[in-house]
Design a protein around this ligand. Structure first.
Ligand code: ATP
Ligand code: MG
Length: 394
């Protein structure tokens, strides 16, 4: 029996972006993600995309698993394909869904007929199919309001699709339909979650990581690659800039009051990230900050950080509790990597008593002691650049 995956589009509220563009980007993303399993063909019709495996060996369970992680999909289901002939439809429905029907108590049949030349109306198809299945599974009852299983029969142009209940999709919008953002990624719990949340809204990701060797290790950088790989499962591949931050951090240590170390550092991060964002054609920066979580994330501190950024700073975790962030971190399989204990540059030279009510003016004054421009430009221009994809060898 030939099988396909039927994909239901997500929200299409964005003005100016028509359905066709939205669907084309979604298909491109699906094609990329599914390519690791083999070749697929895609067909758009009636706000559904039918995904046809083209190789015999393709495991449709794995394919469905991948489809469940692509943004822009409300729901999806595996479906059997059959010829447009009533007896064939009845037999296929029973063969394909018989095991499921045996394990439930109630069902109903829902039919759609987009080919009006098909000689049965939708209610007639439902009635025929329902009767046929009831005769073969006499324990079943029809429940039109809350059935355990909905048997769907969709009569299309070329074939009929038959499927059971729909699985919930990843929601959101297809990555690439809402511009591009530069994710500031540390090795912590929050920033990978922040990247995932913005990718969910259709934003393509690039990333920047600040490393301070020898204070931070190669292992810490590998950890960031591993984390981004988890995000890339959802966002598609990510171009990562690893910036050597050592000299800037040492300059901060040597020239700024200790209670402002972290904040000056965060502002320098924003400036470098903005320079790289410009090169990468990004429209926003993304961080994992959450208000009040640490001294550098008080509302006053965040206002100072913002002033150093050239682009809007998206902080999707801003109103979330740590437990809520961790819930997502686990869901995307990043948590166990995030809690590995490697030193991040944020924990180098941390002040004992960071200032929690700084002002932008105070920071401007403090920073005036050094001519930063050249240091920042050098850091931005000498970053290591690489793609992070699903697997190490990609
Ligand atoms: P996270 O769990 O994401 O590390 P955090 O709660 O530990 O966040 P901070 O260490 O203060 O908070 O960092 C706040 C945000 O600044 C991070 O979410 C990340 O976006 C950015 N950031 C921190 N350190 C780095 C780094 N080494 N490279 C790039 N971005 C960083
Ligand atoms: Mg951190």
């Amino acid at each position: 029996m030939q099988e396909v995956i039927l994909v239901k589009d997500g929200e299409l509220a964005l003005k100016g972006l028509n359905r066709s563009t939205f669907e084309d980007i979604l298909i491109k993303n699906l094609r990329w993600k599914l390519s690791e399993l083999g070749k697929f063909r895609f067909e758009k019709a009636q706000s559904t995309i039918a995904v046809y495996p083209e190789d015999e060996e393709i495991d449709l369970d794995e394919a469905a698993d991948i489809v469940g992680k692509v943004f822009g999909i409300v729901g999806y289901s595996r479906a059997a394909i059959c010829e447009k002939e009533m007896q064939t439809i009845l037999r296929t429905a029973n063969e394909y869904l018989g095991v499921q029907l045996d394990s439930v108590n109630t069902f109903k049949v829902e039919s759609k007929r987009s080919d009006k030349k098909f000689p049965y109306t939708s209610p007639e198809i439902s009635r025929e199919t329902g009767g046929y299945l009831l005769r073969r599974h006499p324990h079943l009852k029809v429940d039109v309001h809350h059935p355990d299983l909905v048997v769907n029969v969709e009569v299309r142009d070329k074939y009929v699709f038959i499927h059971g209940n729909q699985e919930k999709g990843a929601g959101g919008m297809p990555v690439g339909t809402n511009g591009k953002g530069m994710l500031l990624i540390s090795g912590g719990i929050d920033s990978p979650v922040a990247g995932w949340m913005m990718a969910k809204r259709g934003i393509e990701l690039a990333a920047v990581h600040f490393a301070s060797p020898p204070y931070t290790s190669k292992r810490a950088e590998m950890k960031v690659h591993q984390l981004l790989r988890k995000v890339a499962v959802y966002s598609g591949r990510i171009r990562l800039y690893t910036v050597r931050f050592t000299e800037i951090q040492e300059t901060i240590r040597d020239n700024c009051p200790e209670d402002l170390f972290t904040l000056v550092m965060r502002r320098m991060m924003m400036r470098i990230a903005s320079m790289i964002a410009e090169k990468e054609n990004c429209q926003a920066l993304i961080t994992g900050e959450s208000v009040g979580q640490v001294a550098s994330q008080t509302i006053f501190a965040l206002a100072c950080t913002d002033k150093a950024a050239k682009y809007p700073v998206f902080r999707p975790c801003i109103g979330m509790d740590k437990t809520e962030i961790i819930e997502i971190s686990r869901k995307i399989d990043a948590f166990d990597i995030s809690i590995e204990p490697y030193q991040d540059c944020c924990t180098v030279f941390t002040p004992k008593h960071p200032r929690t009510r700084p002002t932008p003016e105070l920071l401007d004054e403090t920073e005036a002691a050094v001519n930063w421009q050249e240091l920042l430009e050098t850091a931005a221009n000498t970053a290591d650049v690489r793609y992070i994809s699903l697997r190490e060898e990609d």
